[in-house]
Design a protein around this ligand. Structure first.
Ligand SMILES: CCCCC/C=C\C/C=C\C/C=C\CC/C=C/C(=O)SCCNC(=O)CCNC(=O)[C@H](O)C(C)(C)COP(=O)(O)OP(=O)(O)OC[C@H]1O[C@@H](n2cnc3c(N)ncnc32)[C@H](O)[C@@H]1OP(=O)(O)O
Ligand SMILES: Cc1cc2nc3c(=O)[nH]c(=O)nc-3n(C[C@H](O)[C@H](O)[C@H](O)COP(=O)(O)OP(=O)(O)OC[C@H]3O[C@@H](n4cnc5c(N)ncnc54)[C@H](O)[C@@H]3O)c2cc1C
Length: 671
């Protein structure tokens, strides 16, 4: 954070910081995943942010589209040199996925770097889908930025249904080449970040044909532009998809092929190969290993959701400590808006959710690494569970984060609507995560497939995998006894999930028994399946969050343990109150217990209130990363709003030329 001198800090924020009764740094260590991680992040931030190139003299949003893109490319080049020359030195390849790198990127790009997908998907796909020989060829070039890549899977006609993609890659044994072709308008690759004008290479997911047979979708590395002139190669048509709600510097592109040839070696051959004579050889033990990059990105998106929500919460809580409005008690000064319980209700759940998603995200990352280690030994047994886990957690975390960021904007009143608050841009960026890398509904339905199977196993007394082990108790079909202890609440969330999954399974059974096909029965149950999947995910987040808080605060100071537990309890109580209908249905909760729960919630808001600013300070965002007039560490909200307003191009002259061209002639009746 950029602390400046104490004298510069808004007096209300100063008082808030004096009120804080826990050690902020200890909480920062927990959020980062350990003291060593915090130190590494700070080192990366120090190195990267010392470079003045990140600073825009004119705010990004005041530039036109082309200027914004050019500026983003300029900064991307400076930034990638820093990554290459300085940051990879610090941690090696690991730095690419480090929180420090993620944070410093935001200091450079208020919107998105057109290189984001190069590091975010192109490089990970090379690592995940290439043979060691292919990696040795492509990875150094990609890391040295000699080539810049995109990930083109989605087409104009299909995003969700990957098996429906239409781009073809047909093997020609005579020349040992693949011929890439876009047979229809709808087969045009669409959306790939960095593809429009920036990338010279692209991972293309296409239907593989060899010896007249289709083998389904496979990834290929495809050079699309000349490395010197940057002109698209003959047979390649590439461009920008047009203006978007956000991501306008991400250079999302379209791509069409006309019988375009690439060498056989450019098929990514870790999981399947095509031999010189065209023989297709399957290497992977699991059908869906070619979807590996998506699983990886879904896993990272959970912490990404936490990170962006933490930024929004920091902005809104600091602003709410500075802002004073209304006069609830006659004759008394206007209170800080943070003192209104309704404001606390809007904001404290944002802090708690950022913690919940961050700690669940770290746990998911460790699970992902364990599954990856098993797969390296040829064991893919845990992949279905990882897919189910990452699918629902990606869906729920991105959806919650987007909704709560918008809530933070509402909490900032009119000033939250200013682009200089950074809340609108943050929202437009995060709401896209609910769709990309797998739409919300579609991913919850993927998890539902796993849950229904697990339910059937539970009913037949089979051993269940850890994340669905709770179904074994529920199969006994007893209503869970409500208790507002943490364990009691988690058990009740699990009972809700189990009850909903059981109802789905029963509905499917009922329909199929009366002659409906299994596919139709599934479709007719999908509204319930999505709800069941969401309930399962919520129960899992509650359990993982509480478990991690208990584990990580075991050696912390008492005050840190208290405040972390207050937040985690708030999260559980909030969701119990949000889902009272479900609890009434699947647990023994009654009216008086609901009233008690509401009181407990209001007590928690009051308990957290004195630590609210300390809690957002613990996210430890430097001002350069927050980019917000409302959220800077010093709380000089009004001064910054005015300073930013004066940077508007509309303030460059006191009279605009449009006055002389239109308004004056209109007034004189000469238009
Ligand atoms: C400024 C810096 C920001 C940094 C940001 C930080 C981090 C992020 C970094 C980078 C990313 C940044 C931006 C990303 C931009 C966006 C990119 C994209 O969107 S790329 C395109 C992504 N596309 C999708 O996600 C498509 C979604 N669709 C699918 O995944 C599948 O088609 C679907 C829906 C799963 C269905 O597949 P299908 O082949 O038809 O399968 P079935 O439904 O028939 O299921 C068959 C069985 O296979 C199982 N399955 C499916 N997928 C997987 C998998 N991935 N792994 C394991 N198993 C899988 C499925 O469950 C079925 O199993 P059962 O038969 O039930 O046993
Ligand atoms: C900002 C952004 C960046 C992106 N970047 C990339 C990229 O770099 N590379 C890339 O390849 N792609 C990228 N994408 C594409 C993205 O992955 C897809 O948009 C996403 O997977 C959703 O697919 P779709 O657009 O086909 O939506 P659709 O599948 O058409 O969804 C439309 C609606 O139909 C519903 N629906 C679809 N199928 C089902 C079903 N089986 N059951 C129930 N409901 C269903 C959905 O829930 C949704 O409500 C990006 C998208 C965005 C917005």
């Amino acid at each position: 954070m950029t602390k400046g001198t104490q004298a510069d800090v808004n007096p209300d924020l100063k008082k808030e910081r004096l009120k804080c009764n826990f050690n902020i740094q200890e909480v920062t260590f927990i959020i980062d995943g350990g003291k060593d991680k915090t130190l590494q992040r700070k080192k990366i931030e120090d190195v990267a942010l010392n470079i003045a190139a990140s600073i825009d003299e004119v705010p990004e949003e005041c530039l036109n589209l082309k200027e914004r893109y050019d500026n983003a490319v300029r900064k991307s080049c400076v930034y990638s040199n820093i990554v290459k020359n300085e940051l990879l030195e610090i941690t090696g390849l690991e730095a690419l996925g480090s929180p420090g790198l993620r944070r410093t990127a935001d200091a450079f790009f208020k919107d998105v770097s057109p290189f984001m997908l190069h590091l975010g998907m192109f490089v990970p796909t090379i690592i995940g889908q290439c043979t060691p020989e292919q990696q040795a060829h492509w990875l150094p070039k990609a890391l040295e930025m000699q080539i810049i890549g995109a990930y083109a899977q989605t087409e104009l006609g299909h995003g969700t249904f990957i098996r429906g993609l239409e781009t073809t890659a047909t093997y020609d044994p005579a020349t040992e080449e693949f011929v890439l072709h876009s047979p229809t308008l709808t087969s045009t690759k669409w959306w790939a970040g960095g593809l429009g004008n920036t990338a010279n290479h692209c991972i293309v997911v296409a239907q593989l044909y060899t010896k007249g047979q289709c083998h389904g979708t496979h990834p290929f590395i495809v050079p699309i532009r000349d490395l010197d002139t940057h002109e698209p190669f003959p047979g390649v048509k590439v461009g920008d998809v047009g203006i978007r709600m956000g991501f306008n510097t991400a250079d999302n592109g379209f791509l069409r092929f006309n019988q375009y040839r690439i060498p056989r070696e450019n098929m990514m051959m870790k999981n399947a190969k095509v031999m010189k004579d065209g023989t297709y050889v399957k290497v992977a033990r699991h059908e869906k290993l070619t979807y590996g990059t998506m699983v990886f990105v879904r896993v990272t998106l959970v912490m990404e959701a936490a990170f962006n929500l933490a930024k929004a919460a920091t902005i809104a809580v600091r602003y709410s400590a500075v802002r004073r409005q209304s006069q609830p008690k006659p004759g008394e000064p206007e209170p800080q808006i943070l003192d209104y319980p309704t404001q606390q209700h809007k904001l404290f759940i944002c802090i708690a959710t950022a913690h919940a998603l961050q700690l669940t995200g770290l746990w998911l990352w460790r699970t992902f690494e364990a599954v990856l280690a098993d797969m390296r030994k040829g064991d893919t047994d845990s992949l279905p569970e990882l897919h189910a886990l990452s699918s629902c957690l990606k869906a729920v975390s991105t959806s919650d984060s987007a909704a709560l960021i918008e809530q933070c904007r509402f909490a900032c009143g009119g000033h939250g609507y200013m682009l200089s608050s950074n809340l609108p841009l943050l929202y437009s960026f995060v709401t896209a995560t609910r769709t990309y890398e797998g739409d919300y509904t579609v991913l919850l339905l993927q998890t539902a497939r796993f849950l229904v199977k697990a339910w059937e196993q539970a009913e037949s007394g089979k051993v269940l995998t850890p994340t669905v082990a709770y179904l074994a108790c529920a199969a006994a079909k007893e209503k869970v006894v409500w208790s507002d202890s943490v364990d009691g609440m988690i058990r009740s969330f699990q009972a809700v999930a189990a009850g909903k999954i059981a109802a789905c399974a029963e509905n499917i059974k009922r329909l199929t028994k009366t002659g409906t096909s299994l596919e139709d029965a599934w479709q007719l149950s999908t509204v319930r399946l999505v709800a069941a999947s969401e309930a399962h995910c919520r129960a899992m987040i509650c359990q993982a969050y509480w478990h991690e808080v208990t584990r990580l605060t075991a050696s912390c100071s008492a005050s840190v343990k208290i405040v972390m537990e207050q937040l985690a309890t708030l999260y559980l109580v909030y969701w119990a109150l949000e889902t009272t209908g479900d609890l009434l249905r699947y647990s023994t909760i009654c009216e008086s217990e609901l009233n008690k729960l509401q009181l407990k919630y209001e007590e928690l808001l009051a308990l957290i209130r004195p630590n609210a600013v300390g809690l957002v300070d613990a996210f430890d965002f430097r001002d350069e990363i927050l980019h917000s007039t409302l959220g800077a560490y010093d709380g000089r909200v009004y001064e910054r709003l005015m300073e930013e307003a004066l940077k508007s191009p509309l303030n460059e002259t006191s009279v605009q030329s449009s006055f002389h061209k239109y308004i004056r002639p209109l007034a004189k009746g000469k238009l």
